[in-house]
Design a protein around this ligand. Sequence first.
Ligand code: GLV
Ligand code: MG
Length: 343
Amino acid sequence: MRPAKDFFRPLAVGAPEPIREVPFPPSRMIHFFPAANEKMRSKVPAIAPTVDILLANLEDGVPADQKEAARAGLVEVAQTVDFGQTQFWTRVNSLDSPWALDDITAAVLECGEALDVIMIPKVEGPEDIHYVDRLLAQLEAKSGRTRPLLVHAILETARGVANVEEICAASPRMQGLSLGPADLAANRRMKTTRVGGGHPGYLVREDPPVGDDGETVIDATRATHQQDLWHYTIARMVDACVTHGILPFYGPFGDIKDTVACEDQFRNAYLLGCVGAWSLHPVQIDVAKKVFSPDPADVAHAQRVIEAMGDGTGALMLDGKMEDDASVKQCHVVVELAKRLSE
Ligand code: GLV
Ligand code: MG
């Protein structure tokens, strides 16, 4: 049986024409808080109305000797905070850890109906999702939950990336995927030491100039352009998610002070099709809100194209540019996302 969330309708496969934005609740940022930390927990009621998704983190970042405290913190927050329209998620420990079973059990049996989504880290293949799906079904039957918990998987191993299609399709509970660049970099043996973002060594250099003798001049001062380390994985994740009607997210950006580069990384993901990103600090909430809400100028332009295109078929020139059936579909995606976020 499909969980009753309307964003399971596939965007591309069998979608009615013209392609429209898939309805889903605002999901521009998944704001993490350490569930073991009492001071952070006390801030949850004030932060909850300012974010789209609030997530109690039990996994990486929580010291091994605080795992039980984090789990108890999740339960306390779930039982005491009114989340209103804000989605409430938790990230449990990985399935091969000594804590995962107790985390998932507490999430279903002790959190009442408060939890919307359970984030599973280090998912390697559909078998991980099948395991979680069956376990949740048992626990839900026992708990009397009236709506199924949804599952969000982090793509953070090479094997997970290789199996991304099967992971998306593994259960009707699948809500979405996040890119986990830190674990993925380690697992792939990438030679980076950062949590997301770029790297000054990952670049292309402009072509060498040609000298009077017709030979190229190898000049070390030629301009270079940094490339996005995560382009391939994000694009692959987006295609898999759209194919299966679930939502793609960029993950963490660890350089909290560098809000400029954070905005760039988030925008690359937004432009490639992601609906949101993680926020690890309150300053990143505003960055995500800005980036993952369509720019008003883009919305105004898209509205002009939609109006000019009438029934949405054919071709015309607007400001010297060709618009047609395909460009008007892109415009619908932007306008409908803006409309929903303003509701
Ligand atoms: C997130 O969990 C990451 O590993 O980047
Ligand atoms: Mg990770």
